[in-house]
Design a protein around this ligand. Structure first.
Ligand code: NAD
Length: 367
């Protein structure tokens, strides 16, 4: 009787998981359980049509296993779009480790995760994400070669934020050209939310280009640094959103754009590094389109970090990676043209073009 019940409940659960992973066409989801190290992780491979799936590993104290699953499914799918639109021969994948990075992380746990990554034979390549560091990647590297984002001395590409910031800078220029028909940033007013790693390097490019930079960071030390080094004019978040700006650049938080904040915006362009800037993708991208504010899709403009680590796979060449990141300008120009021609939002255009690349490649390779 007991076994019967167990079989029934297993049957029900299996069906539910297959329904969930089929919903957005994920190829494979791997649950990694190692009681000896305390590792509980999920690796999600969304799509490998263009190549092996690459995406960071996030360590986070998820409230439930369901929360962890939802996150890894969402993030891995996002990586498929990001790699495809960036012209990389990579698919989308992501991993999450359930646990508090400040308390639960250890060499044993990281190496155990590395063994699971290795068992997939290169179908999933891991990298750094929230709650993980370059140092952590080195422990993972002890068990598998399918890892990127290790330090320069180990053949890695180092800090990805430098090229992410470059991508945001060229993406901003592409949007300004299309929206305002201007080639120069000189004298323009740019508002940045968040002067972390990306925000800091972005300030360097903008200062060199002659922009007037405004912005805010909840971390006073970071704010003081950019005031001192780049002459940033500090303004609180609320004021920043409703300021008369040429560009608003979210480089801190997700879900910053919603009906309430969109209503207040007075900028012409939104171009920032933060992931998932729109609270509701469909609703908010259309609201921005209606207000004629050019939204630069986050997964396209912030792909510099991915392009950077992807270059490790062929032997890292900094100049080549930089050249590819500069190509974000042309990728975005194509997206803006496609959106205008088809009267759709820039987000929809970016997604359609990414899907089209995968579909075309699939058919081209089909025997
Ligand atoms: P970071 O953690 O170094 O910087 C984030 C900054 O935002 C911090 O200085 C923090 O104090 C500030 N911040 C937090 N809450 C804030 C608030 N309410 N108002 C103003 N500032 C606030 O992160 P990062 O590496 O610079 O990345 C920035 C964003 O870009 C993140 O959303 C990240 O996911 C995304 N991103 C980063 C990379 C990369 O290569 N680093 C690549 C792709 C996407």
């Amino acid at each position: 009787m007991h076994i019967q019940n167990q079989e029934n409940s297993w049957g029900t659960k299996m069906k539910k998981i297959f329904e969930i992973i089929s919903d957005k066409n994920h190829e494979q989801v791997v649950y990694c359980n190692d009681p000896s190290s305390g590792l509980k992780a999920i690796i999600a491979i969304h799509n490998t049509i263009l190549g092996p799936s690459l995406g960071g590993c996030r360590m986070y104290p998820y409230k439930s296993e369901d929360d962890a699953l939802v996150d890894v499914l969402r993030l891995s799918r996002g990586m498929t779009y990001k790699a495809a639109i960036s012209n990389l021969n990579l698919g989308g994948g992501k991993a999450v480790i359930i646990g508090d990075p400040n308390k639960d992380k250890s060499e044993v746990l990281l190496r155990s995760f590395g063994k699971f990554v290795d068992s997939l034979g290169g179908k999933y390549i891991t990298a750094e994400d929230v709650g993980m560091s370059v140092h952590d990647m080195e422990f993972i590297r002890m068990e598998t070669s399918h890892v990127t984002g290790v330090k320069r001395a180990m053949g890695g590409s180092g800090d990805p934020s430098i090229l992410t910031a470059l991508g945001v800078f060229v993406g901003m220029k592409a949007a300004l050209k299309k929206r305002l028909n201007i080639n120069s940033i000189n004298g323009l007013k740019i508002g940045i939310q968040g002067f972390g790693k990306v925000g800091y390097y972005l300030c360097g490019h903008l200062k060199d280009a002659g922009a007037e930079i405004f912005g805010y960071d909840i971390d006073q030390e970071r704010l003081d640094t950019v005031i001192k080094e780049f002459g940033v004019k500090p303004v609180e978040n609320d004021e920043l959103i409703s300021m008369d700006l040429d560009v608003f650049s979210p480089c801190a938080l997700g879900a910053i754009l919603n009906p309430e904040s969109i209503e207040k915006l007075k900028c012409s362009v939104i171009a920032g590094a933060a992931n998932n800037q729109l609270e509701d993708e469909e609703r908010d991208s259309k609201l921005l389109q209606k207000r004629e504010i050019m939204y630069v899709p986050d997964f396209v403009i912030n792909a510099g970090g991915l392009i950077n680590v992807a270059n490790e796979l062929q032997g890292y060449d900094k100049e080549k990676a930089k050249y590819q990141v500069e190509g974000i300008y042309y990728i975005l120009t194509r997206i803006f043209d496609y959106a205008l021609t088809n009267k759709i939002s820039t987000l929809e255009a970016a997604k359609l073009l990414a899907e089209r690349r995968i579909e075309e490649y699939y058919h081209w390779n089909k025997k």
